[in-house]
Design a protein around this ligand. Structure first.
Ligand SMILES: [Zn+2]
Length: 322
């Protein structure tokens, strides 16, 4: 399975979480994978069409258990595309008004139901909801390259409105995506290793962050071999062990609460340590802007390690920044 599919499988298995987040995720999935049909006066039909069966089941459960609706699920065999089966979820006209109202697409006034817009409109004021929205949008219309080959993660946006929402979610996670146009759609993307890892962490794919880090380490190791050969063996080994422990601690911080939420001085040192585990703290200090002396870097690294200890595995932390 590709790295992208494995990361998606992980996200699809995540628990539902709060109702606000569920609605945010559903909005993103609706914007990327659903279409609105008209069956007559005030009779609407909402249809989700997805290729990934596990994703279809997740949408089905969100609609049924999360929103109390009665969707139907069927498989459509395509004669073209090598006989691929797509899952088609239909929200019947009896339930469609409720769903459209939840998604901010319609309103009911004096018993009359009226459609306001054809794409979902959500507020996303809370960080938990922005993360859920990002996840839904990526599951519905996102992809990433195998980190073995390069770092690239993208979201294909249905319209400018959705592009603005996804940009907002990434921004609040400290990420600034670049964009380009592809067949009439705006594609937002990230192409730095740490940005891709941060985005995976934001969406909740912590196992994918870890395996991406392993691939990154292997790639860096190759470049490091020459350098290590010139070093005093004992010293460099001791240095690498300490650096490895620091890196693992920082990696935990990058998942929760996210490096962007650290004070800038700590954020900078954390990113340098992730990129260069072959360097000593003094050398990292020299790379900082402005450069920091040995005792200064030591002090900052101690603070990073203390922070990471607070986010030790097994402890649920809330990263709400309402
Ligand atoms: Zn939420």
């Amino acid at each position: 399975m590709s790295f992208s599919s494995t990361a998606k499988e992980e996200l699809i298995r995540l628990p539902f979480g709060r109702n606000c987040c569920l609605l945010a995720e559903l909005s993103a999935l609706t914007a990327t994978s659903a279409s609105l049909g008209f069956q007559g006066w005030q009779r609407f039909l909402i249809t989700f069409e997805v290729e990934n069966h596990a994703l279809a089941r997740r949408i089905f459960r969100i609609l049924k258990n999360g929103m109390g609706l009665s969707p139907t699920l069927q498989f459509v065999q395509h004669a073209r595309f090598g006989g691929r089966r797509t899952c088609v979820l239909t929200v019947p006209d009896t339930d469609a008004p409720a769903l459209l109202t939840l998604l901010g697409m319609a309103e009911e006034r004096d018993g009359a139901f009226s459609l306001k817009r054809t794409t979902p409109s959500v507020k996303l004021n809370r960080q938990c909801c922005r993360r859920a929205y990002l996840r839904g949008a990526w599951l519905g219309a996102g992809a990433m390259a195998n980190p073995d080959r390069g770092y690239h993660m993208e979201w294909v946006c249905g319209d400018e409105n959705q592009a603005a929402l996804i940009r907002k979610c990434l921004k609040s996670g400290g990420l600034s995506p670049a964009s380009y146009e592809r067949r009439g759609s705006t594609v937002l993307y990230l192409n730095h290793a740490q940005d891709v890892a941060d985005a995976l962490a934001l969406m909740g794919a912590s196992a994918a962050v870890m395996s991406m880090e392993n691939i990154r380490a292997t790639r860096q190791m190759r470049g490091k071999a020459t350098r290590a050969a010139n070093c005093d063996e004992h010293n460099s080994e001791r240095m690498l062990t300490a650096a490895q422990a620091q890196k693992e601690a920082i990696l935990r911080l990058s998942i929760e609460p996210g490096l962007h939420s650290l004070p800038p001085a700590l954020d900078e040192l954390a990113r340098l340590r992730l990129e260069h585990d072959e360097l000593s703290l003094a050398e990292l200090g020299e790379m900082m802007n402005p450069p920091v002396g040995k005792s200064g870097v030591n002090h900052r690294m101690r603070r990073l390690m203390e922070l990471a200890a607070r986010y030790a595995p097994g402890e649920e932390q809330h990263a709400d920044t309402d």
